[in-house]
Structure formats: structure tokens, C-alpha cells
Design a protein around this ligand. Sequence first.
Ligand SMILES: CC(C)(COP(=O)(O)OP(=O)(O)OC[C@H]1O[C@@H](n2cnc3c(N)ncnc32)[C@H](O)[C@@H]1OP(=O)(O)O)[C@@H](O)C(=O)NCCC(=O)NCCS
Length: 182
Amino acid sequence: MEYYQTITLKDGATCVLRNGAAKDGPSMLEFFLLTHGQTDYLLSYPDETDKTAEEEAQFLQDKTESADEIELLAEMDGKIVGSAGIGRVGTTEKVKRRAEFGISVDKNYWGLGIGRALTQACIACAKSAGYAQLELDAVADNERAIALYRSAGFVEYGRNPRGFHSRLTGWQTLALMRLELY
Ligand SMILES: CC(C)(COP(=O)(O)OP(=O)(O)OC[C@H]1O[C@@H](n2cnc3c(N)ncnc32)[C@H](O)[C@@H]1OP(=O)(O)O)[C@@H](O)C(=O)NCCC(=O)NCCS
């Protein structure tokens, strides 16, 4: 899917939301490694990633060409400061109307409205792709993310007390959330 939007952030700065493309492979990989080292709320640690810039470029190309998946990035002055995406849960008839959502923003840019704008853009893309439900798992003590999701309309439908095992804090409970789109 393709997407392009220019937004004004809370501090008045301009930010572009657009679908990532093959040319963004190296900078998206750099962004991925940065954000995965900034918080303990994401799925993996930077040292667990063995993907290459070429693989990231192919991933972004595939998403651009997809009719129902997208990887969005937030860009300021040519620098990637956020990313978010939707991916299908599965292709079989029973699950094909469900999509998963994921997001991260560079910690140096938190609180400016980038996370909310990326979330709203992904919800719009999920609707236009025809999904009936958008889903995510969030570490239950990730207050900033949970507040964002709740205000976007996501509701919690359960918890997994052993969802993640953190190197720093041990077991992390995951809150399972979903948003009905139609
Ligand atoms: C969660 C995350 C994406 C939010 O991005 P952001 O750009 O800071 O978000 P925004 O500035 O748009 O703020 C969104 C909402 O977060 C909430 N929020 C902001 N600051 C907060 C704080 N200090 N405490 C609690 N909630 C807060 C508010 O509800 C805010 O909405 P509002 O400003 O309209 O009231 C970002 O913090 C992040 O990338 N965290 C690390 C990765 C992560 O946790 N990803 C999600 C995994 S499930």
C-alpha cells in the first residue's frame, strides 16, 4: 500500500508520514536497531537482529506492492523518527479479516504527536484494506502506549502474564487489545 501525509506536530514542526520504500532499507534498519535499544517494551533486542539492509529494503518493497499491508514511516528533515505498520494475521478465510498493528517512535521524539498520527494513519489504511479488526499486544505497564491505544478506540480483551521475558525485569504481562473497524 502507498500513503503520504504531511502533519504539523505539537511543537509546530513538520513531519511526513509515508510508506517506506526499498530505498529506505538502510535507514529503516538503523532506526529499528535504535528503537529496540531504547525501551524494554518491544519484541526483541538489537543484538538478536540479523537482518540486513537489503532484506529490510525487500521487506519495504513487498509492503509497498501489497494490497493490504503497509509499513509507514515518520520522517523529519529526511530522518526517520517513527514507524508503524499493519500486517495480515493470515490468509485463510477464517482469519483474513484480522490485521496486526505495531509501532515505535525514536525516544528523542516522544510526546510530539507522532505516535498518535501514525496510529490514526494505520487505522485508516486497515479500513481501506477492508480489515474488520486491528489487533496488538502491549506490555501492560507500557502506560504511554496503552493510553494511546485506548484513546484510539482499542479495548483490552485479555492478558498473558508470561508474554515476554525481559533481560532486565523477568516476566512481562502482555495486554491483548483489539479495535473493531466495521
Ligand atoms: C508508544 C509510542 C509509540 C508513543 O509515541 P509518541 O510519539 O510519544 O506518542 P504521542 O506523542 O502521539 O502521544 C500519544 C499519547 O500517549 C499518551 N502519553 C503521552 N505521554 C504520556 C505519558 N508520559 N504517560 C502516559 N501517557 C502518555 C497520551 O495519551 C498521548 O496522547 P495525547 O498527547 O493526545 O494525550 C512511543 O512512546 C514508543 O515508541 N514507545 C516505545 C516502543 C513501544 O512501546 N511501542 C509500542 C509497543 S506495543
